[in-house]
Design a protein around this ligand. Sequence first.
Ligand code: UD2
Ligand code: MN
Length: 489
Amino acid sequence: MVIVVFLSRYNALTVTSLFCRCKDKSYRTDLPVASVIICFYNEALSALLRTVHSVLDRTPARLLHEIILVDDDSDFDDLKGELDEYIQKYLTGKIKVIRNTKREGLIRGRMIGAAHATGEVLVFLDSHCEVNVLWLQPLLAAIREDRHTVVCPVIDIISADTLAYSASPVVRGGFNWGLHFRWDLVPLSELEGPEGATAPIKSPTMAGGLFAMNRNYFNELGQYDSGMDIWGGENLEISFRIWMCGGKLFIIPCSRVGHIFRKRRPYGSPEGQDTMTHNSLRLAHVWLDEYKEQYFSLRPDLRTRSYGNISERVELRKKLDCKSFKWYLDNIYPEMQVSGPNAKPQQPIFINRGPKRPKVLQRGRLYHLQTNKCLAAQGRPSQKGGLVVLKACDYGDPDQIWIYNEEHELILNNLLCLDMSETRSSDPPRLMKCHGSGGSQQWTFGRNNRLYQVSVGQCLSVVDPLSPRGSVAMAICDGSSPQQWRLED
Ligand code: UD2
Ligand code: MN
């Protein structure tokens, strides 16, 4: 497998040292055994089999206790008889198939899978993954050391178009007040220990699909909220619960698993409900304390929305004697910005870092290679919320000058930051006041001239290179011409 690296100088350094060192690591032989749980709903049989085969091929047999496939009442014919026959004919006796008689969603689906598991460690995977070499040992080793540690591999990218595997930058999990998961750059302080870039990275949240956890600990910690439906929110809920109730959550840079990032989810919920909102409301009411106001101020329509009975989860929080959400923010995610009465003191321009401006790394035009055009404000560069578009490059025009600084911000005309909306990730990027808290305003330049937006994990792309409108949008990184940029002096 070829591992490709597309990163800024900052990350490239980290990853180079990481690949040298991960290969040199060795793992003890007495690791706990794992039950791998894969829920699927209307998955392409080929993608599901790619996942299963990669696990069988790249996991030492002694560590693989079983693979549990949970069919969430799929409609596709080939996921029934044909799958069963394939397993019987070609795969080892370690695979169990459980068939839900009605659609449960991935959250209850995983709980059903876990209830059938007997391995010491549970490993959850989506049904469109490819695990990489030596993926499991580093996860099991961390859990063996501390059973209250929950661990995630680095999620590499499998292209939905070509199914090709490529490495992803090492980032960690965060979230925004719309209660959407986001990626954040890893603070340098996390990488400075003796193990350097191969050490586990403390992560405020997990993406959700790919993680390993001691099975008894999963049960003690309350599994999942069974009142959550179909898709969404369970990843933040379990992340908050882990940290607030005495556990730890890490990303293990030496474990890598590829995942097909699809352009859109190929399924809905049975009655068209917005399950992400329903599930987020439940977690807000159970875990967020006074900070749920941050969510409601973005979504005032939800203040009075019903969310079912949460008494069992509230009870669980008491029983586990969990800490407050304020503790979580102060200790686990101090980078998170809070507005309103709970706000930290704010500075005029760069809220998070006082009056000191971050060091400028580069200054110049943001040149689009394919069209020979430059990225500029659609209207005035000082207009907050304004869009950016391609325009003919004008080398004398200060309105086309971008600054790229050590905080990975892109600032146009020394005024506003290029910002990717975190509440509606289908929106194009806009010019916003620089907030200095990373996430939506962090960009890295990488392989194939890509311009990578850290929090959404996508690349800046020109929508239609032939159109005079010059519109841009975020898209899954594929190294294609519309995604190639250069910051030129
Ligand atoms: C991400 C997670 C996903 C989950 C989700 C939030 C990664 C890589 N993926 O979304 O695991 O945490 O965020 O809820 O971190 N499925 C069912 N029944 C359903 C719907 C889905 O079994 O009703 C299966 C589906 O076939 C897949 C898995 O659940 O194997 C996750 O669904 P997804 O791939 O659509 O979620 P994704 O990757 O967009
Ligand atoms: Mn997925």
